[in-house]
Each structure stands twice: as structure tokens, then as C-alpha cells.
Design a protein around this ligand. Structure first.
Ligand code: FMN
Length: 391
């Protein structure tokens, strides 16, 4: 246990939204929607995560048009049916949960029209209901993938409009934050990457040109979103490929996003080619650090961060401002409670679960003498589920 209040459990302000801590639930596709509409799976899955006391829950990549879904099972926000279905889930999460809720809006571009990973992740066949995909250039993701249609200026405008309309729906149903999906080789990412973007017009070539469409898109979305609410972008710090986007280019993109009023960055990597990095805990944090240092914008690191001590170190040493966790939350949906217990942080329990707080049954944690001694940094507040700092 730490003597001081852990950095991971400090609040962070993004415009008018206060995140109670620095632990972010990363977006995770569930492939469980029907015609883009959220189902009871989403209600259970997200409802559960919304009770974890995390700093923010970011809902999975949600397509702004049907063509922008990765699979038939991907979530969408492009008509009244998809809006109503998501609204039902969001209302339940807000009513019973204790975490701010954001959503990742995106478009799968040339990686759309695919089977979900549990069915191989391969491109859909015609028999499986494949559809035409779109991209900056008509180059398939790999040899056996769909050849996408190259976007002309008219189509680029239409796709921007679809994003803006999805932003309007987000505002109507009450999301707290939006993250634009600009990573992993999907549409925005494919414009940024020299692997996927081989255009010879003002939208291709050097990074100033490759980021033109992503910036136009972001500016239009930001313009539609209330100025009180934060909007951020997830993008690659690297394509993990010699021929791909490099960190210096990612930093340039970040500087331009900052000028457009971007409130946070979520730095990931890969997905524009089949090339894969060697992974280990925090393997992408160096890219978050470089972007945070260059811009001063609140930045998340993501990638195999599961150990609370590592998460705490990344935030306390200034590598990043927040950490995003994906698989760790599937494995341990109350990860913030575990981290609070291990680091002496402030666990946030719904009142129905208040009695799970280790401080209320310390005898069950015999290997943590601090819990049984009055010198631990946190104590039980007026109600048993409220922990207040000791001073
Ligand atoms: C089931 C699953 C679904 C995912 N879906 C998305 C997604 O919708 N959008 C996204 O940007 N990343 C997605 N990712 C990537 C994660 O957000 C995260 O960046 C990655 O898993 C590395 O973090 P981790 O090591 O904590 O899992 C997904 C990952 C998993 C495991």
C-alpha cells in the first residue's frame, strides 16, 4: 500500500466533466447488436461495467453508418431504431451506474464487412451478406480482403455528415463524452497511414495531407458537440510497421487536433497491416508519453495494463494522465475496487455492493495488516460505502 493518495485515484477535469479517477474502460466491440441496435447483452455487459466505479466507461466502436460497421453484429448510431436501442442501455447505465459514460464513434472503412473475431475475423462472402467498403485508396487491407471503393470528395462530405448526425444523436440521448475512433486501420486511421492512403490529391502524400480528412471530420463533429462536453480521439502512435505512420507524424496530428479543441487523446497502435509488435505490460505507453509531452493534452495509455502498481506508476510518473484497460475489465469487471484495495485508493461502490469493501470485513484480508490498523490512508465515511481520506 502507498502512504500517499494514489495518483490513479485523483480526479481529472475534461471541460465540465469530472472523472472521479484515471481508470478508463477502453472501447470493446461486442458483436452482439442486431441491425446496429444494442441488445440485452449490452444492457448486461455495460450495466455491469458502469457499476465498477471507473473514471469513464467508453462504449464500443459505434458505426455512424451501416456500411461503417466492422461486422453484422456491430453497434450503430445511424437511425431512430439504433438511437432508441442505445438510449435504453444508456439510461439504465446512468440510473444504476456510478461512472461517466462516453462512446467511441467510428467507421470501419476498408476493414468493414467482416466476420467477428470468434468466427475468424475474415472478410464476409457474398453469401454471408458482404457489402461494399470505402477507403482513401482502392487498396485492400490484405490480399484476401475486399477491394474498397476510393472515396471522392462527395463521399467524404457524406461520411462527415454521418459522423455529425451521430454526434447529434449522442447529445440527444445524453452521452457525457465522445471518442472518435482514429486508430487500428479503420477509416480515419487509414487516411493517416501511408500504408492505406496512396492518394495523390491534397488528401494523400505527406502527413499534412493525410490528416486533412481526419481533421475536417473532427472539426465538424466538435462543432456540433456542446462546448461543455469533452471530445477526444483514439489514434495510433505507430502503425508498428516500417512502412506505416510514425510517432513524429502522430505528434503532428495531435498538435492539429489540439488547435481544434480536442480534449483528450487515447494512444494505441497497429491495424493498418498484418504486422504485430512484441507485447508486454504498457507496451504502447511510450507513444502516449511523447504525445502528452508535446501537447500537454490529457492523454491515455492503453495496452496490457492490468497490474495496479504499473497503472499507478504510469500516472504518477507523468507518462500519461489516464490508463485505459480493455481485457483486464472483462477478466475483472470491478478492477478499480481491486486497484483501490491494493493502492489504498478510493473505491466507489454502489450502495447495494457497499459491504464488499475490504475495510468493512478486514478479517477476510489477513495478508493486508494495513486494513486492520487505523493508520491506513482511507476510512469509512458517513455511509458505509463512502470512503474519506484520513488527515
Ligand atoms: C473484445 C475486444 C474488443 C475491442 N474493441 C475495440 C473497439 O471497439 N474499439 C477500439 O478502439 N479498440 C477495441 N479493442 C482494443 C482495446 O480497446 C484495447 O486497445 C486493446 O485490447 C489493448 O488493451 P488491453 O491490453 O487492456 O486489452 C478491443 C479489444 C478487445 C479485447
Amino acid at each position: 500500500m502507498l502512504d500517499q493518495k494514489p495518483a490513479l485515484f485523483e480526479e481529472i477535469q475534461l471541460r465540465n466533466l469530472t472523472l472521479p479517477n484515471r481508470i478508463i474502460i477502453a472501447p470493446m466491440c461486442q458483436y452482439s447488436a442486431i441491425d446496429g441496435q444494442a441488445t440485452d447483452w449490452h444492457l448486461i455487459h455495460l450495466g455491469n461495467l458502469a457499476q465498477s466505479g471507473s473514471g469513464m466507461l467508453i462504449i464500443e466502436a459505434t458505426a455512424v453508418e451501416a456500411r461503417g460497421r466492422i461486422t453484422h453484429g456491430c453497434l450503430g448510431l445511424y437511425n431512430d431504431e439504433t438511437e432508441n436501442a442505445l438510449s435504453k442501455v444508456l439510461n439504465a447505465c446512468k440510473k444504476y451506474g456510478n461512472t461517466p459514460i462516453g462512446i467511441q464513434l467510428g467507421h470501419a472503412g476498408r476493414k468493414a464487412s467482416a466476420n467477428p473475431p470468434h468466427n475468424g475475423g475474415t472478410p464476409l462472402t457474398e453469401k454471408q451478406g458482404s457489402w461494399e467498403t470505402i477507403a482513401p485508396s482502392n487498396i485492400p487491407f490484405s490480399n484476401d480482403w475486399h477491394r474498397p471503393k476510393e472515396m471522392d470528395l462527395g463521399l467524404m462530405k457524406k461520411v462527415i455528415k454521418a459522423h455529425v448526425q451521430a454526434v447529434m444523436r449522442c447529445e440527444r440521448i445524453g452521452f457525457d463524452a465522445i471518442e472518435l475512433h482514429g486508430a487500428h486501420g479503420y477509416l480515419v486511421s487509414s487516411f493517416l497511414s501511408p500504408i492505406a492512403n496512396r492518394r495523390t490529391d491534397e488528401y494523400g502524400g505527406k502527413i499534412e495531407n493525410r490528416m486533412r480528412f481526419p481533421l475536417e471530420l473532427f472539426a465538424a463533429m466538435r462543432d456540433e458537440w456542446p462546448s461543455s462536453k469533452p471530445m477526444g480521439v483514439r489514434f495510433n502512435g505507430t502503425d508498428w510497421d516500417d512502412k506505416g505512420l510514425i510517432i513524429e507524424e502522430a505528434v503532428e496530428f495531435a498538435h492539429s487536433l489540439k488547435k481544434l479543441g480536442c480534449d483528450f487523446f487515447d494512444i494505441s497502435g497497429g491495424g493498418n497491416s498484418l504486422s504485430r509488435p512484441e507485447v508486454k505490460p504498457g507496451y504502447q505507453a511510450q507513444f502516449a508519453a511523447a504525445i502528452k509531452k508535446a501537447t500537454g493534452i490529457p492523454t491515455m495509455a492503453v495496452g496490457m495494463i492490468r497490474d495496479p502498481q504499473i497503472a499507478e506508476r504510469l500516472v504518477s510518473d507523468g507518462t500519461c494522465d489516464m490508463i485505459a484497460i480493455a481485457r483486464g475489465f472483462l477478466f475483472e469487471p470491478r478492477w478499480p475496487w481491486k486497484a483501490a484495495y491494493e493502492l489504498s485508493g478510493k473505491g466507489n461502490y454502489p450502495e447495494q455492493y457497499a459491504r464488499a469493501n475490504p475495510l468493512l470485513w478486514p478479517q477476510a484480508f489477513p495478508n493486508t495488516p494495513e486494513l486492520n490498523n487505523s493508520n491506513h490512508s482511507w476510512e469509512i465515511g458517513a455511509a458505509p460505502h463512502i470512503m474519506v481520506p484520513k488527515n
